[in-house]
Design a binder for this molecule. Structure first.
Ligand SMILES: [Zn+2]
Length: 316
C-alpha cells in the first residue's frame, strides 16, 4: 500500500513537471529569467550576476528536454558534443569581449543621447529588443541569400538535431555581424550599458528557447512568437522548404518580409534537420571555422558526397 502510494505520488509529480514543461517553460524562460536579469541590473548588482539567469536558462532547458522532449533522439549526441561545447564557450567569451568594447565606446561618447534614457528600464529593454529583433531578422534573411553571408551562417544550419545549445552554434564572424548590425547602432545613439547587458542576456536566453528540444505548447502565441514549430521549420532539409521564419523573438518582421510560414501537418523528426545541399556538413569545430573560406563553396567537397545536385532554397 505504501509502495503504491509512493508510486502514485511519483506519477502525479512527473505529470506536474511535464505540465510545467508544456505550459510554463516558455513563460519562465522569456519572461521569468529576463525579469530576474532586469531586477538584478535595476538594483545595482554587478553585471556578472546576469550570468545567473543565463545559466539557469541553460539548466532548465536541459532538464525540460529530458522531461518532455519533442524528439527523443535529439537528446542524444550526434557526434557533435565537443564541437557544440566549443561553440558555446566561444559564444559567451565573445559576448564578454563585446561588452568590454561597448563599455569603452560608451565612455567615449558625448553626454547627450538620442536614446530615451528617461524611460523606465523595462520600457528601454523592450524597445531595444524590438529594434534588435528587426535588424537581426534582416541580417538573417540576407544570410540565406548572399553567398558570403550564407557560408558563415551555414555553420548554424549544419546541425543534425535541434536542442537548446544550437543557438550558440555560430561562426564567430557571423556572431560579430549580428552584434555590429543589431547593437552597435543603439550604442552609438546612447543606449545605456545596463540595457546592453540585459539585451545580451535576452538574446542568449531566446536562442536557447528557440532551439529547445522541448515539446512546449504555444497555443495562439505560435502566430506571434518566432519559436517552436515555426523555427523548426526554418531548419528542415526538405526540398523547397525551410527558407522561411527568420525572426528571433517575434514573427512580425517575417510577415512584413512575406517570409512567415505557419508549420503544416508534417513534423520534422530525426534525419530532417540540416542542409539539403550538404548532408554531411563537417562536425568538428576547427573545420567549421575554416569551412566558409573553402574554395569549393560553403560545403567542402569531402563532406558533400551525397549532396543533391540541384540548387535548393539554401543555395544563394
Ligand atoms: Zn538561418
Amino acid at each position: 500500500m505504501y509502495r503504491r502510494n509512493g508510486f502514485s505520488r511519483g506519477v502525479v509529480l512527473m505529470g506536474a513537471v511535464r505540465g510545467f514543461a508544456r505550459y510554463f517553460y516558455v513563460p519562465t524562460m522569456m519572461v521569468g529569467f529576463n525579469a530576474l536579469a532586469i531586477y538584478l541590473v535595476a538594483n545595482g548588482y554587478r553585471y556578472v550576476w546576469v550570468g545567473l539567469p543565463i545559466l539557469a536558462a541553460i539548466g532548465l532547458s536541459f532538464a525540460m528536454e529530458r522531461v518532455l522532449p519533442y524528439e527523443d533522439a535529439w537528446n542524444e549526441p550526434h557526434g557533435d558534443a565537443a564541437k557544440d561545447l566549443a561553440h558555446g564557450i566561444v559564444y559567451e567569451i565573445a559576448n564578454l569581449f563585446t561588452l568590454v568594447v561597448f563599455l569603452i565606446i560608451s565612455a567615449m561618447l558625448p553626454e547627450w543621447s538620442l536614446w530615451p534614457r528617461e524611460l523606465p528600464i523595462v520600457v528601454q529593454f523592450l524597445l531595444a529588443v524590438v529594434f534588435v529583433d528587426c535588424t537581426m531578422t534582416i541580417v538573417h534573411y540576407y544570410s540565406h541569400r548572399v553567398d558570403r553571408l550564407w557560408r558563415l551562417h551555414a555553420v548554424h544550419h549544419g546541425v543534425h538535431r535541434l536542442y537548446g545549445f544550437n543557438g550558440f552554434i555560430r561562426h564567430p564572424l557571423h556572431q560579430a555581424l549580428d552584434v555590429v548590425s543589431g547593437t552597435l547602432p543603439l550604442i552609438l545613439i546612447g543606449l545605456p550599458v545596463d540595457v546592453v547587458v540585459l539585451l545580451g542576456a535576452a538574446i542568449a536566453i531566446q536562442l536557447i528557447v528557440q532551439h529547445s528540444n522541448v515539446d512546449y505548447a504555444l497555443g495562439p502565441f505560435q502566430k506571434i512568437l518566432a519559436i517552436g514549430a515555426a523555427h523548426r521549420l526554418h531548419h528542415v532539409n526538405w526540398a523547397g522548404e525551410g527558407d522561411v521564419n527568420f525572426g528571433l523573438f517575434f514573427t512580425v518582421w517575417d510577415r512584413l518580409l512575406s517570409t512567415y510560414q505557419l508549420p503544416g501537418a508534417r513534423k520534422p523528426t530525426i534525419g530532417d534537420i540540416g542542409i539539403q545541399d550538404c548532408p554531411h556538413y563537417p562536425q568538428d569545430y576547427a573545420t567549421q571555422l575554416r569551412a566558409p573560406f573553402d574554395p569549393d563553396g560553403f560545403c567542402p567537397k569531402a563532406f558533400a558526397a551525397d549532396a543533391v545536385p540541384q540548387a535548393s532554397q539554401h543555395t544563394p
